[in-house]
Design a protein around this ligand. Structure first.
Ligand code: KG4
Ligand code: ZN
Length: 354
């Protein structure tokens, strides 16, 4: 099946063409980072206007690069939520329009499900069941993925997401937005042991995360050094902060897999592009007898290839979404607030099965 994937949940307009769930023919991403960097974060109204300008050329480029025409597309997978409503509506309305005009089915995909299934974009694919660590700008969660449609939340952040912490620390240090990539670049030259920042392990059996205390500790440390007029190395701050985030994310993910007797561990989401997190998780996971899978960095940050891939699994279940279905800003299908409970994904479209 030839699937066109569309993603517009935040500040990336993206489109991709995927054949039969494994041949990625194109993966086009138009990032709005330059537009939002002046404001130190994503401005929702500007984002949706930009998506409106970008969506047509981005989809056209994805079709051109894939060497296929719109008439050959057999199904569309589009991000339905969670994200910024104005941004989501651009991609969703575009997908619905193509679906109606071309007479082909479309399916609404949960953005987090896209991240959860993104390791399947690589040659070496994980086997179900696996434990997934999702670390992005909006989410830091652990899931037990039983199959492509069943996700059991195991833990989540109680305050800031990991990417949010990276971005806020970047702001404190006056680094360009978004802070994540800038911090990981600077951290390469820094000493991770230079500052001892707190690790929030929480209760002994908890698989939840908390990063706001760490962010406050970094802010306090920087303020103190500035007040004293002491010269300090921003690279050391970055490396020490990064190490604290990486250690907690990775060790809790390993604990989750071991605690549930699962041999496969995956990593995804924008923060999964962080080289130190990738290296640390691979090393410690392997030491603990786990098989660790992660998509290449281009598939960690927001993209439409992962949405097309999730669409491949949904269409495999004969799932389609009706034209009157709306976008949602908070996840409806996955409820990270209720760890341990089981959630089959997609009740809305399962009702529309033939
Ligand atoms: O998945 P994503 O592209 O968007 C969301 O769904 O949120 O994740 C974006 C987040 C941002 O907070 C960004 O700073 C972070 O991922 N990020 C990184 C790196 N690259 C992106 N964080 C740490 N190190 C990186 N190399
Ligand atoms: Zn994302």
């Amino acid at each position: 099946m030839l699937i066109l994937g569309i993603e517009s949940s935040c500040d990336e307009t993206a489109a991709a063409v995927l054949r039969d769930g494994h041949a990625l023919l194109s993966n086009v991403i138009n990032s709005q980072v330059a537009l939002h960097s002046a404001y130190g974060g994503v401005v929702p109204e500007l984002a949706s206007r930009k998506h409106l300008e970008n969506i047509y050329p981005v989809v056209e480029a994805a079709l051109r690069q894939a060497g296929v025409s719109l008439a050959e597309i057999e199904g569309i997978a589009v991000t339905q939520g969670p994200g910024l409503i104005g941004s989501l509506l651009i991609g969703l309305s575009f997908a619905k329009t193509i679906s109606a005009v071309q007479g082909i089915p479309y399916v609404g995909v949960d953005h987090i499900v896209g991240h959860l299934l993104s390791p399947f974009l690589e040659e070496e694919k994980p086997e179900f069941p696996y434990v997934a660590l999702i670390a992005s700008g909006g989410h830091s969660s652990l899931f037990l993925v039983q199959d492509a449609l069943t996700f059991i939340p195991l833990g989540r952040t109680r305050d800031d997401a990991a990417g949010e912490a990276f971005d806020k620390v970047g702001k404190i240090l006056g680094l360009p937005y978004p802070g994540g990539p800038a911090i990981s670049r600077l951290a390469r030259e820094g000493n991770p042991g230079a500052f001892s920042f707190p690790r929030a392990w929480l209760e002994a059996d908890s698989l939840d995360f908390s990063f706001s205390g760490l962010k406050t500790a970094v802010a306090g440390q920087v303020y103190q050094l500035q007040q004293k007029g002491e010269p300090f190395s921003a690279a050391d701050i970055c490396a020490s902060f990064q190490e604290a985030v990486v250690e907690v994310l990775a060790e809790k993910a390993i604990r989750a897999a071991q605690g549930h007797g699962i041999a496969n561990l995956t990593l995804a989401g924008g923060v999964a592009a962080n080289p130190r997190l990738r290296e640390y998780l691979k090393l410690r996971g392997t030491e603990n007898g786990l098989k660790v899978f992660m998509p290449s960095p281009e598939f960690c940050t927001d993209n439409a290839a992962m949405i097309a891939l999730a669409g491949h699994f949904h269409f495999g279940e004969c799932a389609t979404t009706s034209l009157d279905t709306d976008a949602y800003s908070r996840s409806q299908f996955i409820h990270p607030g209720t760890p341990g409970s089981r959630h089959s994904y997609g009740p809305a479209w399962q009702r529309s099965r033939p």
